[in-house]
Design a protein. Structure first.
Length: 131
């Protein structure tokens, strides 16, 4: 859709990692992207707009919001969404923080909770460079 295509055009992937073991329904992914935001935008606003887009264009259901989540020395806001992909339920957790007018999104996508947990050491090791 136009909304989705427009959002993709403003998004820059910084890092993406996929875990694809030999077990069925156990794939997972970790991604960090950045998107320029309008002046005055907050992390909560960027997250709400992204959740709205996912719900309208991808048949996602909002499960819950997270506030003040800590990863290493980074505080983020987040949301958990789900959708069905050819049977199994796919869960996506999105976390966002703002830096100098840019929204940094951290996403963990998984089917099984133990696959999401694979990324906890990465999340907890985040250190923010503050010049």
């Amino acid at each position: 859709t136009d909304v989705f295509e427009e959002a993709l055009g403003r998004t820059v992937p910084l890092m993406a990692v996929a875990h694809v073991p030999n077990e069925p329904n156990s794939n997972s992914a970790f991604e960090i992207t950045v998107t320029k935001q309008p002046e005055g935008a907050t992390a909560e606003m960027a997250l709400a707009e992204t959740v709205r887009m996912f719900r309208e264009t991808g048949n996602y259901e909002l499960k819950r919001y997270f506030a003040n989540v800590r990863f290493g020395d980074l505080t983020v806001t987040g949301a958990e969404l789900s959708t069905s992909v050819y049977g199994p339920q796919l869960i996506q957790r999105m976390y966002v923080t703002m830096r100098k007018g840019f929204a940094f999104f951290i996403s963990v996508t998984h089917i099984r909770p133990e696959d999401r947990d694979l990324y906890d050491p990465v999340l907890n090791s985040i250190t923010v460079y503050r010049p």
